[in-house]
Design a protein around this ligand. Structure first.
Ligand code: ATP
Ligand code: MG
Length: 411
């Protein structure tokens, strides 16, 4: 893509009411636009990053055997009444609206109820199980605090997977596989090193659920981490019995701020019993399906990466999620030679399938360099009359700042 054609501009200042680092940087660099607190638009650069995050998560969900769907956000009250989650006294984050005929609808803050109901059309016997189903879908939550940029949206993207099994044993087996898949996902997203599996309270079916918490000052959660074991517990379960159970010692735990980037939960038969999702086992006996749910917030993940991978100059994207791999910066001279070489190089790299943002704008070198630092593409290639004297480009690694020369013929 040619930067002269990119409709977004970088800016020196974020909006005055924006207090979070992730949104401030992402707005200044032209990745997102703030509509209002908790509601952001994703612009071309931002959408490219978000799509890469989604792509990585999708690949790992498919490895797990997940089947992708896309469900409506509009919710009819019936199934939510069956689980006692329609009443706003029980769930205080609902956004609700009305049809012309006054029928009340909800905007989904999660999808256990509608998917469990949907599955009743498809699950008859043990032969129809196991299955795992996921989607990427906007969730709506009337959050009281929305001051953390895209870490906490009132509308945000969620990957939610739900598993359906005949018994506890096969459920647990899938749950453990999902845990491993999550670890792989955070590694691939470049935040694996800071992301700690955290024990939190479970339901009636299992003692614990698990959160994936990325250690970060911008986080709204507090976790207690054993750094050596790379294990943590959250506040809910910080007690002697649990620590004993997990082989953790209070004196080895460090209190840290963290961002919950994912959450997996054994649901047991909570939803299947309430909504009547049953199957016939081998002996013909009807039993409720065992369920689990597995969430990740791709928009929150993007904000987390921006918090962790940034410096005083701007964003520093890991290669796996960067909007482009190479930022090709041309410093035009008087003779037109730089323009010719840079344009050829842009076409050549693009034809090899490399994603290049080509800064072909007529502006100063200083402006181009500070924009490149702010936008944060992993590799900056500079073509100037000076580099052409050596038939080379100057290559700068955004992460380390290391600079080297590369011969143009070798590219
Ligand atoms: P939190 O405790 O942060 O409010 P939660 O425990 O309610 O989150 P889940 O319902 O488990 O979150 O949602 C699954 C995932 O969706 C979370 O792990 C997080 O990554 C993401 N998520 C949840 N709420 C938001 C939000 N308001 N904005 C962006 N992402 C979110
Ligand atoms: Mg939580």
């Amino acid at each position: 893509m040619k930067q002269s054609e990119l409709f977004t501009k970088t800016r020196r200042e974020a909006p005055k009411d924006e207090v979070s680092k992730n949104a401030e940087l992402l707005i200044r660099a032209g990745y997102i636009h703030k509509e209002m607190a908790g509601a952001y638009d994703f612009l071309p650069l931002g959408l490219r990053v978000l799509n890469k995050i989604v792509g990585i998560i999708r690949e790992e969900m498919n490895v797990l055997g997940g089947q992708e769907v896309y469900m409506t956000a509009l919710q009819d009250r019936t199934s939510w009444e069956a689980t006692d989650r329609w009443d706003e006294k029980k769930v205080d984050i609902w956004f609700k609206t009305k049809l012309q005929n006054e029928t009340e609808l909800g905007l989904a803050f999660t999808h256990e109820e509608p998917l469990t109901s949907l599955m009743k059309d498809h699950v008859r016997s043990y032969k129809d199980l196991p299955s795992s189903i996921y989607q990427f879908q906007n969730k709506f939550r009337n959050e009281t605090r929305a001051k953390s940029g895209i870490l906490r949206g009132r509308e945000f993207l969620m990957k939610d997977m739900y598993s359906f099994n005949v018994d506890e044993e096969t459920h647990n087996d899938f749950y453990e596989k999902a845990k491993i898949a999550y670890k792989i996902i955070y590694d691939r997203l470049g935040i694996g090193g800071d992301t700690i599996i955290t024990f939190s309270s479970g339901g009636t079916f299992s003692k614990y659920s698990h959160e994936f918490q990325t250690l970060c000052e911008a986080g709204e959660d507090i976790v207690y981490v054993d750094m050596e074991k790379k294990l943590a517990v959250n506040r809910e379960v910080l007690n002697d019995e649990v620590l004993n159970d997990l082989g953790l010692k209070k004196e080895n735990l460090k209190e840290c701020k963290a961002i919950e980037v994912g959450n997996i939960f054994s649901l047991g038969t909570k939803f299947s019993s309430a909504l009547g999702l049953n199957f016939k086992d081998k002996t013909g006996i009807s039993k409720p399906v065992i369920m689990g749910c597995y969430g990740i917030g791709p928009t929150r993940v993007m904000g987390t990466i921006a918090e962790i991978w940034s410096d005083d100059k701007g964003l520093v994207w890991p290669e796996s999620v960067a909007p482009f791999s190479i930022h090709l910066v041309a410093l035009f001279g008087a003779d037109g030679k730089v323009e010719k070489v840079a344009s050829e190089l842009y076409r050549h790299l693009s034809s090899k399938g490399i994603e290049v943002l080509y800064d072909d704008r007529q502006c100063s070198a200083g402006e181009k360099f500070s924009d490149a630092d702010l936008i944060g593409i992993p590799w900056r290639y500079v073509v100037s009359s000076k580099t052409l004297e050596a038939d080379a480009v100057e290559v700068k690694d955004r992460k380390t700042g290391n600079v080297s020369m590369k011969k143009i013929q070798s590219l």
